[in-house]
Design a protein around this ligand. Structure first.
Ligand code: SF4
Length: 190
């Protein structure tokens, strides 16, 4: 039987497969103080977003499981009887919501609709830094991306090693850079 894959790992794999590899092999970055404080403050934000979206029910921090996906989402809203996960991020979205954020949200929506047996219209992401709420419709393309990524992660857990490349916009500020074997073939200029 195949194991269920967490939406957070799907997000991480799409950002950098090597980072997901480290997490999956027990070398995950520990939560920072900022992350811990953010989680403590998020209940209030969730209630405000749920009200603004007209949700009739809010479930805080439920574990969702279904369609080969499992994980704890910040909240599950019910809007016109349909489940819509809500993810809180401490960052800002940038000019467009990054694909790895969309895929994480879609993964929660896939799990929610399998668990509750009701079609999910998609998920929402609340970006605390800017106060924006972004709707992420559960499109066929996003659902396919989630399934494909989950399959790649299962391969990785079964022994396959991904082959990411050095990325100038990601690696210099990456927590894993000191241990990252995926960037060590790069010849440093002196
Ligand atoms: S250092 Fe670069 S390749 Fe390695 S995990 Fe970080 S982002 Fe990925």
């Amino acid at each position: 039987m195949s194991s269920c894959i967490s939406p957070a790992l799907i997000r991480q794999y799409l950002y950098c497969p090597a980072a997901a590899y480290y997490t999956a092999t027990g070398q995950a970055e520990p939560p920072t103080e900022r992350m811990r404080k953010g989680k403590e403050a998020q209940r209030e934000a969730v209630e405000a977003v749920a009200k603004a979206l007209g949700a009739e029910q809010v479930v805080h921090a439920p574990r969702l499981s279904g369609a080969g996906i499992c994980g704890v989402v910040d909240a599950l809203l019910f809007i016109r009887g349909r489940p819509a996960p809500l993810e809180v991020k401490l960052s800002k979205p940038g000019r467009a919501v990054p694909l790895h954020h969309k895929a994480q949200a879609a993964a929660y929506a896939l799990a929610a609709q399998a668990q509750y047996g009701k079609a999910s219209p998609g998920a929402y992401i609340y970006y605390a830094e800017t106060g924006e709420v972004k709707a992420i419709p559960l499109t066929r393309d996003l659902a396919e991306l989630v399934k494909h990524t989950a399959a790649q992660i299962r391969r990785m857990m079964a022994g396959w090693t991904p082959d990411p490349r050095y990325h100038p916009a990601k690696c210099p500020s990456c927590w894993y850079r000191k241990i990252c074997g995926f960037t060590q073939t790069k010849v440093e200029k002196i």
